[in-house]
Each structure stands twice: as C-alpha cells, then as structure tokens.
Design a protein around this ligand. Structure first.
Ligand SMILES: Cc1ncc(COP(=O)(O)O)c(C=O)c1O
Length: 422
C-alpha cells in the first residue's frame, strides 16, 4: 500500500502557502471537503433545529449524519452516545459538574500528572463537593505514568478515574486499558481524554469499555469543536445542568443551547475525509465522498493504520536528527523500539536558548512549532520546565513530509550552531 502524501496534501488548501505545519497537536489544517461542508451548510441548510421547513430539515439531517460519523470514528454503539460541544474543555467542565451531583464527601477521583489541564482542573473543582483527589505520578525518565502504583491509588473509595490516552506535550501513549480494568474492579467510572490520541491512532470505545471519552475534531482535520462520548447507561444516570425547556433526552440534554451547526457539518466531512483515505488505501474505488457510510468503520481503521505508519516513519528521522544536534534535550520516549508507545510529537529544549526564542526564530522561517506548556501545566511544573518557559513542541501529522522534517532539522541545527558560537 502506497502512502501518496502529495495527493493527500493537494486536498489541503492551506498547505499551498509553503509553511511547515508542525503545530498539529495545537490544531491541524483542514481539507477542502471540510471547507466545502462548512460553507455548504450556510448555503443550503442554515437554520435552527427541528423546524418544519426544508433548510431546518436539511440542518437536522446534517447534524444527525455528523453524529453518526463520530460514532463510527470512535466505534460507539449508538449515535445517541455522542454529545457535541464547543470544545473538549467545556464538555469536560460540564460533565464534571453533572458528576459532582452524584458524589459524597470522601469519594475519590484519580487524575494523572501527565495530563493537559482540561483533564485535571475540571475534576479538581469537585473538591468543592467533598471529593478527594488522588494522583497517578510521572516517571521523569521517559515521561510515562507510573502504572505500577495503580493498585495503591485506585481503591474502594474511587468513583472516577480520569486519564489521558496520549500526552499532548511528550506524545506518551498511556496503557488506558490497564487503567480501565483497575477502575472497573472497584466499580469506578472512567473518563478518557483522547484529544491528542485521536489524530494518530484508531479509537474503539466498545473495546476499551470506558464510560466517557472526549476529543476535539480540530485536532483531526475538522473545525473547532468538541465531542464527548458517554456510554448510554452512564449518560442516562446523570442530570446535566440545563435550561428548563430543553429536551431531557440524551444526548440533547447535555448540549446546552444552539450548537455550532456549520462546524458540525465540517466534523462529519473531516471523518469522511479520513474514511476516504482508508478506502483509497484499501482498494482503487472511484473517487468521491458520496455513498460509503456502510464501510466507514473499516475504512477509518485502514486509514489510521496507514497514517500511523507514515507518521512513525517520519518521526524516526525527526527524532534521530534532533538527538544528533548539540544542546538538544528530548523529553519523552526516545527508544525507536517503543514508538508504539508514543505519538509523533517531539518535546525538546535547546541549551542556552529559551523555547520562545526557538519557536520565534522558526516561526520567522515559516516553521510552525509551539513553545510553553500547551496547558500540560502539571507535567511541565513537575519536570521543572515551567519556570524556564516550558519546551518546544514539534508534532507531525498525516500531511507532513520528509522534506519538511529535513528543513526543520536544518533550522534547529543552525540555531544550535549560532548558540555554540555565541
Ligand atoms: C490532550 C489534550 N486534552 C485536552 C485539550 C483541550 O481541548 P480543547 O481545546 O478542545 O478544549 C487539548 C488541547 O490542546 C489537548 O491537547
């Protein structure tokens, strides 16, 4: 199976600018199909929900189709288990508030020191309801979680375990299946942050058996928005905060106010874009985005497998190149034999230069990387990086190329060399 990166890139208008987008972990570019779906919504379907007129009916159909597409993307049993929202952070804060209603003083919530704050702060707020927070700690040697502590941290008082599938700072993929099994042994609920994981690996909520999972379509080629999966029985047990005339049925009762309809049109199109890649990889089907929903789950799986291969190959060169540059320090797994335990996201510092300086210099050359903590505030503090301006983050995704990796490495080399001379 050939990975036709140029053909894939030709579908992303923003890539024509020549910029090198290594900022995927902060948000990816979108293919033309997503742009068309968003603008098409405004042309043909712009209306509020559940009206008796054609544009409202079309709008309802688009939202329902996108819900189904997300269910396929994460292999949910039903589209009713998909809640749409502004972004993962807002959805998680809302869910935490609803879960807070079910807690008693002394109930324990387990969170992870490795996570983005959107999967920590919402749960810390539940201390106001009497919840006690227990932490899964980091092994600083490779920026993984100390899962050996699970038996000590998760116990009969645990009501919820909230962990990330992958770190948006270091790329570490956590063995969440092991954590879910430990949580289930004591009857605790599980919440997974799959925001950084979703663009890089397939998600199967039924196989995982998690109660909740959240991700953000703008990290996987869609519009700025958020998605929350809740197992039907888990959603049904909760009473979300809502306005009185709004529906009491799931998932509607979790979706406060009017949704971002045009964005949701784009969410479905982003998933169909990925499915179309899988379809094209698997066989030479005719091009075109129509009419392949029945095979979508299979094609999505194939697409993600091919994307993982492509990204891992590129990442191997990127990491090897970085490790050879004087002054570079990498945070996270560096052993190529363990690349199945990480995403293609490199977190590094360059001796003598602040991360902001490195990112600024690279930005001036059209190389988009992030600096700072990317809201992975706890691990940055834990590693002593926060007070030094965090670290530089370069993340690969499906449209990146060998040439871009070479340009990036050349740029880091030059910064390192200038610094050595100074
Ligand atoms: C791992 C992770 N979790 C949560 C979030 C927050 O997502 P959102 O921007 O949709 O609120 C991000 C955003 O960068 C992230 O990378």
């Amino acid at each position: 199976m050939e990975y036709l990166v140029d053909q894939i890139r030709s579908q992303f208008p923003a890539l024509a600018s020549g910029a090198i987008f290594f900022d995927g972990p902060g948000g990816t570019q979108v293919p033309q199909a997503v742009i068309d779906a968003v603008s098409g919504y405004y042309r043909k379907a712009n209306a509020n929900e559940h009206g008796f007129f054609p544009s409202a009916r079309r709008s309802d159909a688009i939202i329902a189709a996108s819900r189904l597409a997300v269910a396929d993307f994460i292999n949910a049993a039903s589209a009713d288990e998909i809640v749409f929202g502004a972004n993962m952070t807002t959805l998680t804060l809302q869910l935490a508030r609803a879960l807070g209603r079910t807690l008693k003083a002394g109930d324990e919530i387990v969170v992870s020191r490795l996570d983005h704050d959107a999967n920590i702060a919402p749960w810390l707020h539940l201390q106001e309801n009497g919840a006690v927070i227990r932490w899964l700690e980091i092994d600083p040697a490779d920026c993984t979680l100390r899962l050996g502590d699970l038996g000590r941290i998760i116990g009969h008082r645990t009501k919820l375990v909230a962990v990330g599938c992958a770190s948006n700072a270091f790329g570490t993929i956590t063995d969440v299946a092991k954590i879910i099994a430990a949580a289930q042994r004591v009857g605790a609920l599980t919440f997974l942050d799959a925001v950084h994981f979703a663009p890089h690996r397939p998600i199967d909520v039924q196989a995982l058996g998690c109660d909740f999972l959240a991700c953000s379509p703008y990290k996987f080629y869609g519009p700025h928005s958020g998605v929350l999966y809740g197992k039907k029985e888990a959603l049904e047990r909760l009473q979300p905060y809502k306005v009185r005339p709004a529906s009491d049925s799931i998932p509607d009762c979790f979706e406060t106010g009017t949704k971002n309809h045009e964005g949701l049109a784009g969410v479905g199109a982003a998933i169909d874009f990925l499915a179309a890649l899988g379809r094209d990889f698997s066989a030479n089907y005719a091009k075109g985005l129509e009419g392949y929903a029945p095979g979508r789950r299979r094609w999505l799986k194939q697409a993600m497998a091919a994307v993982t291969d492509h990204e891992t190959r590129l990442f191997s060169s990127l990491l090897e190149g970085l490790l050879a540059i004087p002054g570079v320090r990498i945070y996270g797994i560096t052993d190529p034999g363990r690349f199945n335990e990480r995403t293609p996201t490199a977190c590094f510092t360059l001796a003598g230069l602040t991360p902001a300086h490195v990112a600024k210099k690279m930005g001036e050359q059209g190389i988009c990387v992030w600096d700072g903590n990317y809201y992975a505030w706890e691990p940055m503090k834990y590693l002593g990086l926060e007070e030094k301006g965090g670290a530089v983050r370069a993340g690969l995704c499906l449209y990146n190329t060998d040439r871009e990796v070479d340009c990036f490495l050349e740029s880091v080399k030059k910064l390192s060399a200038v610094n050595q001379l100074a």
